[in-house]
Structures are given as C-alpha cells and as structure tokens.
Design a protein around this ligand. Structure first.
Ligand code: PBG
Length: 326
C-alpha cells in the first residue's frame, strides 16, 4: 500500500471542479418537501415570529405560495392546519369542510401536479393539545385510532396524495390503511412519522401551530431521544402495517438514526428537519453569527449523506433558489 508522499488525499480537493467530480452525496430540488401552515380567513400572510420566513397563510395566499413552490420545481408540500375551534376530541381535524380539507381541494384544483402531503394528527385540534383522546389524564391509544383514521380518510377524500400520521399511536398505520381501503382510496400513499422523538426541537412549531399540550408532555407516546434500536422496531412495525414511506424526525440530532434505518430497510426514507433546526440557523444568521446559505447546504447534505431520500425542510424555497445559482 502506498503512503504519503505518493498518496495525497488533497489532490482530489484541489479545485471546485475536482471537488464536484468526487462528491459522494448531495441533494437536488427533487428531494425537498416544503411544510406550510394554513389558517382560516382571507388575504392572511402573517409571519411566524419564532420561524422568520415562514407564514400563517389563508387558503388564497396558500395557493400563491404553492404556485411559487411549484415554479421552483419543489415536488411536494406538507400541510398543517390551524382550525378556528378546538374541542376535546379534535373534531375540526376530520370535518369534511375543515381547514386542511378545504385547502387540499383548492390546491389539487389549481395545481394538480404538485404533490400534497397532509400531516395527520389531533394536537392542533384538541383543547388540551395532546395528539389523541385524553382519559383520566392519559392519552388513550385505541380510542385515538378511529379519529386518526377518520382524519386521514377525510384528507384523502379531499384529494391528498400522501397522508402523514404524526401522532405516534400504536396501530395507526393499519387503521389508516383499513380506512383508505374502505373508502376505495387504494392509491393514497402513507408516509408515517415512524421514528418520531419527544424533542425540544419542536418548540418553535408548537408556537406556530398553537399545539403545545396544556398539561404534561408527549413522552408517553413520542420516542425517548436516547433510543435507536426502538426506532428500528417502530419502522418495522409501520412497514408491516402498510406504510409506503417512513420518516425519522427530527433530523439534525438524529443522523445516526437516519443512517441505521436506511441501512436496515429498503423503503423510501424521509427525514424531517424540524422547526428548532430552522430557527437556530435563522437566528444565528440574523445575528451574523452563521452564513445561512452555507449552513443550510451543509445541513441538507448531511441528511442525504446519512441516508435520507427526502428532506422535509422550512428552508426548501431558499434551498431551491440557491440550487439554481450553483
Ligand atoms: C404534530 C406535529 C409536530 C410536528 C410535526 N407534526 C409537533 C409535535 O409533535 O409536538 C413538529 C414539526 C416541527 O417542529 O417542525 N404532532
């Protein structure tokens, strides 16, 4: 084996063109999914304080944003709804004229080729802010399943291409698949938040989605950040129940989980680079402490290097624009 000075690894890094030739991983616009928050009303475009550059959008403004996203070549958006009313059972989540259902219908009418993914959960819709039905201070898994399935079915009926359950109840993928079959919606894709951790990185999102739990936390249903073997079991189970695409969330602190899941399973894998990851970079960039573009490129590249096929990121539009200029 030849060693230095015959062997010099720096030879392959000498110029930008050489670096491009020998680059092992990277992302393209096709890998990006852009999350959006839809609210009721008209002509609403209100910036979310903790997530500068993201907005609460009424359906009319959402359509404009979606047009831009589509023009940039981003293939998909992920929709979160903020309902007008909340109740104990999150009934606005599965109302056929609910905010997400209305938004999906309009989006599919205006931009049929743009893939619409909906987040399926109850936490934005329940008065207590938990992701399921609360009984005696606990989230009841089995009572929640029917409501989650109903929500997913109503999104699919409105035209959602992909439903993405994020509640972390056991058995929800099977319940959704059954409901979709029952509704003759065989082609609706299920992207399950399979390994979703109880993470402090969701902080800015809970403010944006008004979905912080009123009491307790989500640690009895979302995963313990210390666990990776359990993530593989979660993924295995969701695949067995009929998930088409699986997800790991968050991304930045969980690159090892992304890597293990991608080594162990052949299903397409999405990673969700969550609100806290976005807000950290935004805040530091605003202070001039980080170079935003370079940091975002490094973040998204590392998620692909770890093994993700798709990246859900609030930087999607910026990244798509920057990709055009490199
Ligand atoms: C709903 C949901 C959450 C996120 C996505 N879907 C919040 C939570 O579980 O508390 C977080 C997204 C983000 O932080 O960007 N259950």
């Amino acid at each position: 084996m030849s060693l230095f000075p015959q062997l010099r690894l720096r030879r392959l890094r000498r110029t930008e063109t050489l670096r491009r030739m020998f680059r092992e991983s990277g992302f393209t616009v096709d890998d990006l999914i852009c999350p959006l928050f839809v609210v009721s009303g008209h002509n609403v475009k209100k910036e979310i304080e903790y997530m500068p550059g993201t907005f609460h959008l009424s359906v009319d403004m959402l359509l404009r944003e979606a047009e831009e996203i589509n023009k940039l070549g981003i293939p998909a958006l992920l929709l979160f709804g903020l309902p007008e009313t909340k109740d104990e059972f999150g009934s606005a989540a599965y109302a056929s004229d609910g905010i997400v259902q209305r938004a999906v219908r309009e989006l599919k009418r205006a931009l049929p080729e743009l893939v619409v993914i909906t987040d399926v959960c109850l936490c934005q819709y329940t008065s207590h802010g938990h992701c399921g039905v609360v009984e005696d201070g606990r989230v009841d898994n089995d009572k929640t399943l029917a409501l989650i399935a109903k929500t997913a079915l109503s999104h699919a009926e409105a035209g959602a291409d992909i439903v993405a359950p994020s509640d972390m109840m056991d058995g929800r993928v099977a319940a959704i698949r059954d409901a979709l079959e029952g509704g003759d919606l065989k082609d609706t894709i299920i992207m399950s938040y399979a390994a979703k951790y109880a993470s402090a990185f969701y902080g800015p999102f809970r403010d944006a989605a008004e979905s912080a739990p009123l009491f307790g936390d989500r640690r009895s249903y979302q995963m313990d950040p210390a666990n990776v073997v359990e993530a593989l079991r979660e993924v295995e189970l969701d695949i067995a129940e009929g998930a088409d695409v699986i997800m790991v969330k968050p991304a930045l602190s969980y690159l090892d989980v992304i890597s293990e899941v991608s080594e162990s399973f052949d299903h397409p894998l999405a990673a969700y680079s969550v609100s806290g990851e976005y807000s950290m970079i935004k805040a530091a960039a605003q202070k001039g402490w980080l170079d935003e573009k370079q940091t975002v490129f490094e973040l998204l590249t590392s998620i692909k290097r770890a093994g993700a096929d798709l990246i859900i990121t609030y930087h999607a539009k910026d990244a798509a624009n920057w990709l055009k200029s490199v």
